[in-house]
Design a protein around this ligand. Structure first.
Ligand SMILES: CC(C)(COP(=O)(O)OP(=O)(O)OC[C@H]1O[C@@H](n2cnc3c(N)ncnc32)[C@H](O)[C@@H]1OP(=O)(O)O)[C@@H](O)C(=O)NCCC(=O)NCCS
Length: 168
């Protein structure tokens, strides 16, 4: 999170739309820039172009767009009557101005339109101090914890915290 809140002055010009194939390289760059903060737990980039394309084949990226490019994105995947929210990313220079909250709301609307009655997400415990209050303010509750899969090598002891929100 940035040291001081950024101005929301450009927010009115931001529109949120589904991503297209042409957005893949920009999405990869955006997600990796936002997720640098997770390198306290995992080494390396969060995604590459191939990975972003794989996500796109299983769900939808929503991107925030304005005259400066794509300052944010979120991934939504619907599984039966629940949806999963992931890869919520806001360019570091644009954080703290409400864009993350707007993207979560847009993801929830998309999930509702797809017939979902709840949204699920996962937070890495080592980042819980920052992320739990953020999601709790948006109506999410902690459901349980889950260990990382064995093939995921963490640099510090950590696990997933699962959160959910009813969408009715
Ligand atoms: C998590 C993330 C998406 C939030 O995006 P954001 O645009 O900063 O979110 P918002 O501005 O909507 O909300 C941030 C909250 O922190 C508060 N805040 C206060 N000062 C702030 C500051 N200097 N910087 C950032 N946020 C600040 C905001 O007021 C807001 O609180 P609110 O919910 O009570 O309004 C963004 O920090 C990010 O991309 N992080 C890296 C990737 C990540 O961790 N993704 C989530 C994985 S589960």
């Amino acid at each position: 999170m940035a040291a001081s809140a950024n101005s929301p002055s450009s927010e009115s010009k931001v529109r949120i739309r589904p991503a297209s194939d042409e957005d893949v390289p920009t999405l990869t760059e955006l997600i990796n820039a936002a997720f640098v903060v997770e390198q306290v737990v995992f080494d390396g980039n969060r995604v590459d172009d191939l990975g972003v394309r794989a996500y796109m084949s299983g769900g939808t990226f929503l991107v925030a767009e304005d005259s400066g490019g794509l300052p944010g994105c979120v991934y939504v995947e619907t599984r039966n009557d629940r949806s999963y929210l992931g890869l919520l990313s806001v360019q570091p220079a644009r954080q703290g101005a409400g864009l993350g909250g707007q993207l979560v709301a847009a993801a929830e609307n998309l999930a509702r339109e797809s017939g979902s009655r709840a949204m699920d997400l996962r937070v890495i415990s080592a980042r819980g101090e920052q992320l739990l209050p953020f999601y709790q303010r948006l109506g999410y509750e902690v459901i349980c914890t889950e260990p990382f899969p064995e093939n995921l090598v963490a640099k510090v002891p950590a696990h997933y915290i699962l959160m959910s929100k009813p969408l009715v």
